[in-house]
Design a protein around this ligand. Sequence first.
Ligand code: SAM
Length: 234
Amino acid sequence: MGVFMSVHDPFPSDLLSYVGTLFAPENAALSRLTAAARAAKMPEGWEITPDVGKTMELLCRAIGARRALEFGTLAGHSAYWLAQGVGPEGRVVSIEIQPDYAAAATAALRDVGLGDRVQVRIGAAWDMTEALAAEIEAGAARFDAIFLDADKARYPEFLEWAPRVLRPGGLLFADNVLRADSWRGQTLLDPKSDDPRILAIRRFNKSLATHPDFTAMILPMRAGLAVGLYRPGD
Ligand SMILES: C[S@@+](CC[C@H](N)C(=O)[O-])C[C@H]1O[C@@H](n2cnc3c(N)ncnc32)[C@H](O)[C@@H]1O
């Protein structure tokens, strides 16, 4: 007897790879970034996968994004996808705490033709937030999209901060809102889980889901991608 698959079951990997191959295939630029990651001895598997990246590109294009901000550069994979989303006239600011990762990503992004579009800044994500908000208050354009992918124990604080720099109609993305390899086997829904990142992500997900100024959803792709549309006063 064949295996019955309900529409409520998670998708099997052959269907997921069918989607990835069709809509977000590997390309020479992504391979170059991956080679830079290996050469710089970055941890493997930390970068977003092309299906997640293509989804962010699509949503950035849908809102006509021109300026994107991300926390957590690694080798530049998500910066690459945000750069596709903001287009040739757009700009991406990417924050990375590790100077050697920032240098490797800067070089690799330049090699794939995105040197003018992506600026990698070195620093600790939360420590950069005041300076970023000050730039906006001094007249710089607000960001159309923000991607959170570092300092996950502070996701709730980043959510509170985001309206200072995000334009109305802009998007907030956050990765690992359902799971992460680094959670040492603990899970989001187990009440006994005590990893500070899990506790923070539970608070983040609840705040985003109920936030009066965001219309939000979690896309259950890979590690879980939160997407929030910032529409204050709607
Ligand atoms: C999950 S990886 C980012 C992956 C990247 N967004 C991508 O998809 O290609 C997290 C990155 O954030 C950096 N990081 C960790 N803590 C940080 C912090 N407090 N501030 C800024 N960057 C941080 C790490 O060095 C690492 O490069």
